[in-house]
Each structure stands twice: as C-alpha cells, then as structure tokens.
Design a protein around this ligand. Sequence first.
Ligand code: A2P
Length: 272
Amino acid sequence: MSDLRSSPVEAIANPDAQTVTSVHHWTDRLFSFRVTRPRSLRFRSGEFLMIGLEGEPRDGKPAKPIMRAYSIASPSWDEELEFYSIKVPNGPLTSRLQNIQVGDQIIVRPKPTGTLVTDALLPGKRLYMIATGTGVAPFASLLRDPDVYERFDEVILTHTCRTVPELAYGEELVTRILRDPLVGEEADGKFRYYPTTTRQPSSHMGRITDLIQSGTLASDLDLPPLGLDDRVMICGSMGLNKDVKAICEAAGLQEGSNAKPGHFVLEKAFVG
Ligand code: A2P
C-alpha cells in the first residue's frame, strides 16, 4: 500500500471516492488501473463513466473536480472497475492521474452511459470491433461479456497503435479472454484478433482504414468485404471514427443508437 501522506494524490472527502487497487504502466504513454466499484453501480459492457480527481483551490474559491469520460475496461460482472488511459503531457487530468498508487482515491461518478453497447446494434452475423490506441478499452469489457458471443457468430477485434509495445494491453486482453472461464470456450471458436502498427514494423502494418479499403483485412482473415451481414463498433480518435464511419456508410450500413439500433456505433476514445 502506498503512503497516502506522501502520495501525489491524497485521500479525498468526496461521496464518489473509490480506492485504487492496482496500477500497471504499459509504456511511457499508457497505463491501466483498477479501483473499487461503487456498490450501487450497474452498467452495460461498453459504457463509460466520468472519473477524475479533486482540483486545486484557486483564488480562495473551492476546488472543482477535474473529470473526464473513461470507458469501463472491465466486464459488467467484475467486482472492481478497470480503466485504460493515455498519459497526456500537461493534460489537466492525466498528468496527475498517471501518478496514482494503490490505496489512493479517485472520483467515480456512478452514472454509466454510451452507445458502444450491443443493444444499439441490430442482430447480425459478424461483429467488428475497430479500435485505435486506448479505444480498445470498451472492447476489453465487451469481449468478456457472454452476451457478445451469444449474439454473433464471429467477433473480430482490430487494434491499431503506432508501435508494437503499445499493443501490449490488447495482447494481454486476448490471453485473458481465451483463458476466461465464462467466455473462453465460446471465444476460442468465434473471436479473432487483428493487431496492426503504423510506425513500427509488425506482422500487419498500416492504418486499419487502409487495410479495410485495400481488401487486406478481408483476405488476411478470409472474410467477405464489409456488408449488410456485418455490425461494427468503432472507438478511437475523431479522425479514425470519421473515416471508419464513412467506410461503413459506403458499404450501406446505418449508424445505430440506444433509441434506434443500427449496423454500426461509435464512441470517441478518451483523449485529454
Ligand atoms: P498514424 O501513426 O498513421 O497516425 P494515436 O496514438 O495518435 O492516438 O494513434 C493511434 C493509431 O491510430 C495510430 O497507429 C494512428 O496511425 C492511427 N490513426 C490515427 N488516425 C487515424 C485515422 N483517421 N484512420 C486510421 N487510423 C488512424
């Protein structure tokens, strides 16, 4: 346990405070952490929450918490919550959040929301999960939810990062899925993982948008081109979301929402 007095993130008197139970630094740009789960919290795999830290009091005014949207990376049945984060240099939240240690406290608002949920998709044959960077987080939740394997015959996760070390969180996730007592057996027959890098050599190189459009993804996985049997969940940068949305629309797919399920859904990965 860390010594809270010397920790950069101190114990807070906030009704939404939760305690950090583990922290893992994957690279100098990426880390994940787990916190205790609010007792009343129920969520659907793929949803996000507002999490943050108390701010500093300024000009005699009381501190205002610094909160950001974070996808929950743990499945809905997990007794803790997991999050996966980028470290933004000088970022108001992540420049401090990256220093959290076991025993520290963060604020977790127990109000889940989001559109990366199976309820926002029409029934289909094949589900593509298209992620870049920390956009893999909601899929870490969904891929450990039996519901996903009940609804689809095939589930394909693509994860694009700049470098090979940045794929590590996704790689460990895949190992965990295949060993998972709840979904491992189903996943073994239905789940496929397609990691790609853009700035360092690896077995699949390039932006996923280019790999879809060139037909490389389909030929590598021996799948038909994107079509009306497919459902797509997209989570990455604004550019990625916009470009994959255009590819989906060109294939005749329509965007879904909680109110009106469709063929594809998207959410912006946490950036600030
Ligand atoms: P690239 O290296 O060509 O920019 P980031 O670390 O900036 O969030 O990016 C994560 C990954 O997403 C990178 O590999 C990046 O490729 C890729 N990427 C960024 N924007 C797009 C886009 N519009 N379409 C496809 N891939 C993208």
